[in-house]
Design a protein. Structure first.
Length: 411
């Protein structure tokens, strides 16, 4: 389905019937009867208002993961609103074109609400990106990839524990065993790992390259061809695929689970389309310049705390100065992987020691979430442009609900 405009949109969260594809129906928590909810589209520089209606039987809130917006519309746990009520979010969208990920964020209930179906993609558009002529319309395909447990009646179920949640089947855009009929053309896949805990190792079954043009915070400066990409929870990818020569089906797979995520079936139809020029500089990415030594270190050790402190709603752990570039260090000892996420700013990774010992192309550009494996130490540069209270947390949502989250204040 085509994306919907953000301004004036009402998102209704409630339990509905869902179509799981292949003639299977079921039931899930949905936004506007979809699991995922509608793909929302918004122009950079605009200030849409989205109203969320809570038709669940418990409090909820919507966090616009990837959007840098004021605290009161960031959808944080303390902003949850009760069942049967609604909340309007007016979102000043000032950032560059990017794929973002909206999902609930209520205290202690985030993991369950997301796993039971509440999630969706939000695309920001801008002129810099439009000028590139990347594949658009039906050639631009959001892929919301996750795992799920589904019972005999087709109901999504959830049995996560502090250690995590691994569903038994993949769901892509809410569909089991999905396929896409593809013409001989270029395609743009906008990928989000919407799983609570599962990390995907994406590749094509025939090893064909995926051209990475963007990450969490939008376009990279240069496209890079990759045969495999590790995607942590809530991380996003902007991929361009040249399918002009496709004669036989090819599958997007997860090399860790062995799952087929998406079957691409060629129609053999030639499409006249201007091929995107990816061999030149795609965009200008401001490079943050900051201190050589970290001013703060965050240790993700067990699964319930950061720096030994367990999240307490309303408690503020530290203060940061607005407008200053800081270097922050993240280290992990035990219970990996930890997909580290920060609200309120995008950041840049500058180094990884221990563990995998390097940064990867899909960690380039502006990021808001990155994967921290055991014994790794990762440095980032970050600058906050808005004052307010924001969060750092593990995006393995079971760790987050178990307390692996801190609240800080930008002043
Ligand atoms: Cu996508 Cu605070 O999370
Ligand atoms: Cu976020
Ligand atoms: Cu974690």
């Amino acid at each position: 389905p085509a994306p919907v405009a953000a301004d004036g949109l009402t998102l209704t969260a409630r339990r509905t019937a869902v179509d799981l594809g292949g003639g299977r129906t079921g039931s899930a928590l949905t936004y506007n009867a979809g699991c995922p909810g509608p793909t929302i589209e918004v122009q950079s520089g605009s200030t849409p208002t989205i109203t969320v209606t809570n038709g669940l039987d418990e409090p909820t809130t919507v966090h616009w993961h990837g959007l840098v917006v004021p605290t009161d519309v960031d959808g944080q746990p303390h902003e949850a609103f009760p069942a049967g009520t609604r909340r309007a979010y007016t979102l000043p969208v000032q950032q560059r074109a990017s794929l973002n990920f909206y999902h609930p964020h209520p205290h202690l209930r985030t993991a369950a609400q997301v796993a039971l179906g509440l999630q969706g993609a939000l695309i920001v558009r801008d002129a810099e990106e439009a000028a590139l002529g990347l594949p658009a319309g039906r050639f631009e395909v959001p892929l919301v990839i996750r795992d799920a447990n589904i019972d005999k009646q087709g109901t999504l179920t959830y049995n996560g524990r502090a250690s995590g949640f691994l569903g038994g089947v993949p769901l892509v855009n809410g569909v089991l065993n999905p396929y896409l009929r593809v013409d001989r053309a270029h395609y743009r896949f906008r990928v989000v790992n919407a799983a609570n805990s599962r990390v995907f190792r994406l590749a094509f079954s025939d090893g064909r390259p995926m051209t990475l043009v963007g990450t969490d915070g939008g376009l990279l400066e240069h496209a890079v061809d990759l045969s495999e990409i590790t995607l942590g929870n809530a991380e996003r990818l902007d991929l361009v695929l040249d399918l002009r020569g496709l004669t036989a089906p090819v599958q997007l797979v997860d090399r860790d689970s062995g799952w087929t995520l998406l079957d691409l079936r060629p129609t053999q139809a030639d499409v006249s389309q201007t091929a995107p020029v990816l061999g030149r500089q795609l965009s200008v990415v401001e490079r943050l310049v900051g201190p050589a030594q970290p001013s703060r270190t965050f240790s993700f050790d067990g699964m319930t705390a950061i720096n030994g402190v367990r999240y307490q709603m309303g408690a503020t752990s530290f203060q940061v100065q607005r407008g200053q570039v800081e270097r922050w260090r993240f280290v992990a000892n035990g219970n990996p992987p930890h997909p580290v996420h920060i609200h309120g700013a995008s950041f840049q990774l500058v180094g990884r020691t221990g563990g995998r010992g390097q940064l990867f192309p899909w960690e380039g550009g502006w990021k808001d979430t990155f994967l921290l494996l055991d014994k790794e130490s990762v440095d980032i540069l970050i600058r906050f442009d808005l004052v307010g209270r924001y969060l750092i947390h593990c995006h393995k949502l079971e760790h987050e609900d178990a307390g692996m989250m801190l609240d800080f204040e930008v002043v």
